[in-house]
Design a protein around this ligand. Structure first.
Ligand SMILES: [Zn+2]
Length: 287
């Protein structure tokens, strides 16, 4: 009798477990955010649904875009959706990251880079993109000499109350920034009072960087560098929305969708500025 009771209980638990697993599988499929709201694979281009060799790759990209696990700067990262724009710029495509056309562009780029050209933006492909972006950054990190620095007016800054000492910028980077800002303000119809694209932080002395590091000791290797490009006076943190310099994914998701950031990705290179992919606000004058 007792044994029979145990069997019944065990069967019941088993049934519950199966139901829970089935439900979880269904809801996790439903949760994959944008990927599930949009159809997983969209066919673009000439209208009629053309079967593409890259349809399956697009399906995998729809998942990896939100869920790929990778590490950067000693921190666990999830997905590559924050980098849609930079990826599109590097692949020279405007195709939506969930399309077969995009997967085809990925494959063409993979082939050029000597990677397996399957159109799937997996960890290997992403790390190759990251190293391409990182290698395009400022090479000469010699600290600025005092005569290379100019002091920008308070009105150029996100916080106009910043002290003169914290408003210094390397001379050439500053004039390039002013040209870029004028072009952006015209294109984006920015009001003079707009905070967008104002400078949050520019030249930092070694002492000042040490103070910042002491204040946030957990910023990690991807955050406040020991040998910061800000020492050169050629790195600018520029306001692109959200909380100005917060690396939380939720904050960066806001930043990468502002017109200001989108404009920078499309245009900053023309003025000599290149991005640090991980910090949407950080731009380096590389000329
Ligand atoms: Zn910075």
């Amino acid at each position: 009798m007792k044994i029979k009771f145990h069997v019944v209980v065990t069967l019941c638990l088993l049934a519950v477990a199966v139901a829970v697993v089935a439900f979880a599988a269904r809801s996790s499929r439903g949760q994959s955010s944008r990927a599930s709201v949009k159809p997983a694979v969209r066919v673009t281009g000439s209208g009629a649904a053309k079967p593409s060799a890259f349809t399956a790759a697009a399906g995998q990209n729809a998942v990896l875009r939100n869920e790929l696990n990778w590490t950067f700067g000693g921190k666990q990262q999830r997905g590559w959706y924050l980098y849609d724009l930079l990826i599109g710029k590097t692949l020279d495509t405007n195709d939506d990251a969930l399309t077969a056309d995009f997967a085809e562009e990925v494959a063409a780029w993979q082939k050029k880079r000597g990677l397996r050209a399957d159109g799937v933006l997996d960890e290997d492909a992403l790390m190759a993109l990251v190293s391409q972006w990182q290698s395009a950054r400022l090479k000469n990190r010699a600290p600025a000499q005092p005569d290379q620095l100019v002091t920008a007016p308070p009105s150029d800054f996100y916080d106009p109350g910043r002290s003169a000492e914290l408003r210094q910028v390397e001379r050439n980077a500053y004039s390039a920034y002013k040209e870029m800002l004028a072009a952006a303000a015209a294109d984006l119809k920015l009001a003079p009072s707009s905070k967008y694209l104002k400078i949050v932080s520019s030249y930092r002395s070694r002492d000042y960087q040490d103070q910042l590091r002491a204040k946030s000791p957990n910023s990690g290797r991807a955050g406040l560098a020991v040998n910061s490009p800000h020492f050169t006076g050629r790195a600018l943190d520029i306001y692109v929305g959200g909380s100005p310099v917060d690396t939380k994914d939720s904050n960066r998701a806001i930043q990468v969708n502002t017109p200001a950031y989108k404009w920078l990705v499309r245009n900053a290179e023309r003025f000599g500025f290149r991005p640090y992919f991980y910090e949407p606000w950080h731009w380096e004058y590389v000329k």
